[in-house]
Design a protein around this ligand. Structure first.
Ligand code: HEC
Ligand code: HEC
Length: 330
């Protein structure tokens, strides 16, 4: 395994996620986490004495003939590929990583590029768009909105390190794959109680329910499979009652605070030309982008095109918009 250069990277690789990640003071009152704590997730302190799973245990996932010891799961230069027949052959940079600091894209974005709430779905995004984002990172134009959230800060370091050639190879691979339905959107007034671990919401077993308030609670359909990095196991997004309809109105008309999105992102929000697709993708990721574009920490070559759309959005608008975009067929 590659040498890891910081405490939280080591924690991620150790797989204990919450367990090994340095415990920090959470839920502070400043920064992006204070505005959208459900999107810029900061881990809760690890429960004292939590059992670490046995690294020698042989694990597998439904629908796969692959098996491996648990210790082979969190390997950032050779992450598990449970369903090798369900995606094209991965180039080296996706499967194992590239030069110094360029961690295997498939480690976080998954081999099929479906991605997770703490990162992004890359499958099916336009080639030119992916290449442009990598260029923006390299030029320091895409900064993380909440530097204490590990994965986006890690992506920034990878974007700074990746070469044009590595970016092009990865872009070619991910843009060639269809993005599959991945997020079930459920409107509700009450959600299962969750805790923050591994930079996502984890349902607290036996924790009961709590009011949803103004947030999106995106959580694995099957936490065990997500922890095993199974790229065939998606997510549920609980959203406030009525959010999807309110979001639809903003997307189609601009509503009171924005402009119609469909002119640029396409009538079904599946993207047009180099403009990215939004439909069916992680609402947590999309919320971070709307806020990062609004605050200007994401200020890439094409970001000005989003100015009118994001300038006056409220946190409530963001909840509604991403509830709607996630609910669409990709
Ligand atoms: C350590 C985990 C990790 C690895 C490894 C990783 N990424 Fe990412 N990537 C992220 C995160 C997290 C985000 C979302 C950042 C945010 O929320 O602002 C992201 C976002 C992206 C995006 C933006 C998608 C969009 O819709 O704008 C692109 C493009 C991307 N990554 C490409 C790559 C490529 C290419 C590689 C391999 C060379 C790679 N990533 C490796 C974590 C990772
Ligand atoms: C004038 C064209 C235009 C309009 C109108 C527009 N967008 Fe965008 N949008 C873009 C472009 C171009 C990008 C890529 C920006 C970049 O590269 O930084 C983008 C990026 C995004 C992203 C980030 C996607 C990702 O994968 O990281 C989101 C989310 C988004 N737009 C949502 C919306 C919503 C919601 C609306 C309507 C309220 C909207 N956009 C209206 C052109 C537009």
């Amino acid at each position: 395994m590659r040498q890891l250069s910081s405490a939280w990277m080591a924690g991620l690789a150790a797989g204990g996620l919450a367990a090994a990640v340095e415990v920090r003071a959470q839920q502070d009152t400043e920064g992006a986490n204070a505005v959208l704590p459900w999107a810029y997730v900061l881990n809760d302190p690890a429960a004292a004495g939590a059992d670490a799973p046995d690294p020698a245990e042989v694990v597998t996932v439904p629908g796969s003939s692959v098996s491996m010891p648990r210790s082979a799961i969190n390997i950032n230069d050779g992450p598990p590929d449970w369903h090798p027949d369900a995606h094209p052959p991965m180039p080296e940079v996706v499967a194992r990583g590239g030069g110094e600091g360029v961690v295997a894209c498939g480690y976080c974005h998954l081999p099929n590029g479906q991605g997770k709430p703490e990162n992004a779905g890359l499958a099916g995004q336009p080639y030119e768009y992916i290449v442009q984002q990598m260029t923006d990172w390299r030029n320091g134009l895409r900064r993380p909105g909440e530097p204490r959230m590990g994965p986006p800060a890690f992506m920034e370091r990878i974007g700074l390190a990746a070469t044009d050639e590595e970016a092009r190879i990865a872009a070619e691979y991910f843009s060639s794959i269809d993005f599959k339905p991945w997020v079930d959107v459920v409107e509700t007034d009450a959600v299962p109680k969750t805790r923050f671990a591994g930079w996502i919401h984890e349902v607290v077993e036996g924790g009961g329910a709590e009011p949803i308030g103004t947030r999106v609670v995106e959580t694995p359909r099957d936490l065990k499979r997500t922890k095993l990095r199974d790229d065939a196991s998606g997510f549920i997004a609980y959203v406030p009652s009525g959010a999807v309809g309110r979001g639809r109105r903003i997307v189609l008309t601009g509503g009171a605070n924005s402009v119609a999105c469909t002119v640029c992102h396409g009538p079904d929000l599946r993207g047009i030309g180099p403009v990215p697709a939004l439909a069916g993708r992680s609402p947590s990721y999309m919320a971070r982008q709307l806020y990062d574009l609004q605050t200007g920490v994401r200020n890439g070559a094409w970001s000005d095109l989003m100015d009118a759309a994001v300038k006056n959005l409220t946190p409530e608008d963001i909840v509604d918009i991403v509830a709607y975009t996630a609910s669409l067929e990709p």
